[in-house]
Design a protein. Structure first.
Length: 539
């Protein structure tokens, strides 16, 4: 009987999943991440290795190893800014037959890691002997198909298969795969319609794992964010078989029966997988069947409708303080977050300015942000009010209706060299104001302070603060609060990027946006641990 559960993290990103799973009782064996920028954040927070400091001192990383790099181990500074796509067969590797993988993050392509494991029998055998409990990760899946027809020149579409192959080699007891809602939308290749989530489920069946698929939303798990997520939980066949004997109630028995039906159909039709479609597998949506999310086979709902954590709960203390006491007033959410996912040493040394750099904007940008704040409360007319900023024609009736709804609101105007707020009173001044702040951007919007934040975005200019006194984009720390990262968790590497660099760089904003919320990972990890307890595998 074990007290520590061993966990391997693939596509680890900055460490949100690992942080939450650790809080749930899973001990990281090793992690793999393609981006050295995201890997730097992971190494600092999860493994306590400061790569940027080591690079400054011309030192070498001990807990961060490169699967492959165009630079030697001593060239750490260059490695941290390396473009993964530039690495070829001539590259250097920190891995050899004597490498100890435990408590490491391996920077590099998962397929290169698979080759290494296949070529080093002793390391692979040792890995199998660890009896790994869980392999988790979030590979890009949007156009994945097992049918051999994938988008041309898009290597990302093979990554779910690499994940499944790794699982097949290591044979953990469980799989946890996370992805965005888009994985559930159909895509068409050569006239054939596919559903990536179904294809991913098939891939794990072929490796001996029985899947349970679900759609969650972060807001139901104490997280101030309205973001749907796809989750695939898969159990190794022998673990699943034991679990089937532990439930007698109709609802859970039906979930298990649906899963094993799909698994057996895949195994029986592995040569004609195109015959298996989404009608053969269930997708449990927390919005449609909340009663099933009770902590037995699907994670337990923590926050009920009407009690969701708001954006104001998450970030208000970062830009305001009590006038009388001159101190910060932290919400219950912030207090619980930092107490729950605590790191005593880093909590003591945490600097509020870290990852909370306030960006400065010109007048026109601030004026547009103020407009976004005003129209965020217009209900059905809000989309039309946003369209007029990008020059789209709105009929006179809607324009007049928008004016009536914003009449009396305070806008920001130029007053010589200074700026000031002024009330919208006349239709003519309203039209003049709109014409003066038009922009080609059509995705900007303001956070609603009384609601959970919208789906996390990786481009900071798309969201602005809700306060009239904060006419700016959100900081990295504010976005991290929406993702349920504790304040001691420090994001490393450059803050943002642009141009062609977007295709491979993973700066701080992107790290936050791509992450699995630690609190969500904690709830999922608690579910997985309870399942292992049910099959008498842990105490």
């Amino acid at each position: 009987m074990k007290s520590d559960l061993k966990h391997i993290e693939l596509f680890a990103g900055c460490g949100g999943m690992s942080l939450g799973l650790e809080a749930a009782g899973f001990e990281l064996y090793f992690a793999n991440e393609l981006s050295p920028m995201a890997g730097e954040t992971f190494a600092y927070n999860i493994l306590d290795e400061n790569l940027s400091l080591l690079a400054e001192k011309e030192g070498q990383a001990e807990k961060t190893l490169w699967v492959k790099s165009m630079y030697q181990r001593k060239d750490l500074k260059e490695r941290l800014r390396e473009k993964p796509a530039d690495i070829d067969s001539r590259g250097y590797s920190d891995l050899n037959s004597k490498t100890e993988l435990q408590k490491k993050i391996l920077i590099g392509n998962i397929n290169d890691l698979l080759v290494f494991l296949r070529e080093n029998e002793s390391i692979f055998n040792n890995l199998r002997e660890q009896n790994i409990d869980l392999v988790s990760g979030g590979p890009p899946c949007q156009s994945f198909s097992l049918a051999g027809k994938r988008e041309k020149d898009n290597k990302k579409n093979l990554l779910p298969l690499s994940f499944a192959q790794f699982a097949g080699m290591v044979q953990p007891k469980m799989i946890l795969l996370e992805n965005v809602k888009g994985i559930t939308s159909p895509f068409t290749i050569d006239g054939v319609k596919f559903y990536a989530w179904v294809e991913v489920a098939k891939a794990f069946c072929l490796e001996g794992f029985v899947p349970i698929c679900m759609m969650l939303n972060s807001k139901y798990f104490g997280i101030p964010q309205n973001r749907p997520r796809f989750i695939l939980l898969a159990l190794r066949f022998d673990i699943f078989s034991i679990l089937q004997t532990k439930f007698e109630d109709e609802a859970n028995s039906e979930i298990l029966a649906n899963s094993i039906y799909f698994y057996k159909k895949v195994i029986e039709n592995k040569d004609v997988l195109y015959n298996i479609t989404k009608k053969d597998i269930q997708l449990y949506d927390i919005e449609k069947v909340p009663e099933l999310f009770n902590g037995d086979l699907l994670p337990k709902i923590v926050t009920q409708k009407g009690r969701f954590i708001s954006a104001k709960d998450a970030i208000d203390d970062l830009s305001s303080f009590d006038i009388i006491t001159k101190s910060k007033i932290h919400s219950e959410y912030v207090i619980k977050l930092n107490a729950f996912l605590s790191n005593t040493e880093k909590n003591l040394n945490w600097d509020e300015k870290v990852n909370h750099e306030i960006r400065k904007h010109g007048f026109k940008v601030k004026a547009r942000f103020r407009w976004c704040q005003i129209i965020s409360k217009l209900n059905g007319l809000s989309p039309f009010a946003l369209k007029i900023l990008s020059g789209q024609v709105i009929d006179d009736e809607k324009m007049a209706a928008i004016f009536q709804m914003v009449k009396g609101e305070q806008i920001i105007i130029k007053d010589g060299q200074s700026e000031k707020f002024e009330t919208i009173n006349s239709y003519e001044s309203f039209l003049s104001y709109i014409n003066s702040i038009r922009s080609k951007k059509h995705s900007q919007r303001a956070i609603n302070e009384f609601e959970p934040a919208p789906a996390q975005l990786t481009i900071p200019d798309d969201l602005c603060h809700y306060s009239p006194n904060q006419l700016r984009t959100l900081t990295v720390r504010e976005m991290a609060r929406f993702q349920s990262f504790p304040d001691w968790f420090e994001f490393k590497s450059k803050v943002t990027t642009g141009g062609t660099s977007r295709s491979y760089e993973v700066p701080q904003y992107t790290q936050v946006g791509n992450a699995v919320p630690p609190l969500l990972a904690y709830n999922l990890g608690s579910l997985l641990k309870n399942i292992l307890i049910k099959v008498n595998d842990v105490k």
